[in-house]
Write a protein that binds this ligand. Structure first.
Ligand code: FES
Length: 170
């Protein structure tokens, strides 16, 4: 499954796979052990990634949706570590045609992380989103709960600055 991935991704996957094997061995590869397995993965890794859910499902002979259902039902089982501020950039058609890629590149450059990543200080996470209902003013993003439209690459610094300033005021 991992053979076509870049080396570092494959290595991460192999390391995660071994860690999950160890947790499953501790609790037994049975569905009744799903919750303690997920709790241990969270305790050891600080997150339960989608890849981890897939691997757990494989080990227990369960459907990935079943594992994901348990993770999302128990709100204390955080899916992926997120920063204090989450910026979600729409990548649906109207926004893509209006320049999402350029805005995305500017966000990555400004924060020094790729989409799906979180800054080392835990302050910002970048995520892709599907249509956020701002199709009449593309490209659009959500800066935490605030929807912004017609965002240009030049405005990205301002958006990040406003979120940083919000921290100072808090
Ligand atoms: S397509 Fe981007 S907000 Fe709808």
């Amino acid at each position: 499954m991992l053979q076509n991935l870049p080396t570092n991704v494959a290595e991460e996957g192999a390391e995660l796979s071994s860690a999950i094997d160890a947790v499953v061995a501790r609790h037994g590869a049975k569905r009744s052990a799903l919750l303690p397995i997920l709790q241990d993965i969270l305790a050891e890794r600080g997150e339960i990634s989608y890849l981890a859910m897939q691997m757990v499902a494989d080990r227990l002979g369960a459907a990935p949706s079943e594992v994901q259902g348990v993770v999302t039902f128990y709100s204390f089982l955080e899916v992926e570590t997120r920063g204090r501020h989450v910026i979600r950039l729409c990548r649906t058609l109207s926004c893509m045609m209006a320049g999402t890629r350029d805005v995305g590149a500017a966000l990555e450059a400004e924060l020094g992380i790729p989409f799906g990543g979180t800054t080392a200080d835990g302050m910002f996470t970048l995520e892709w989103a599907n249509c956020i209902g701002m199709c009449c003013t593309p490209p659009a993003l959500l800066a935490d709960a605030e929807a912004l439209g017609e965002v240009t690459p030049a405005q990205v610094g301002e958006v990040i600055g406003a979120l940083r300033a919000a921290n100072v005021r808090e």
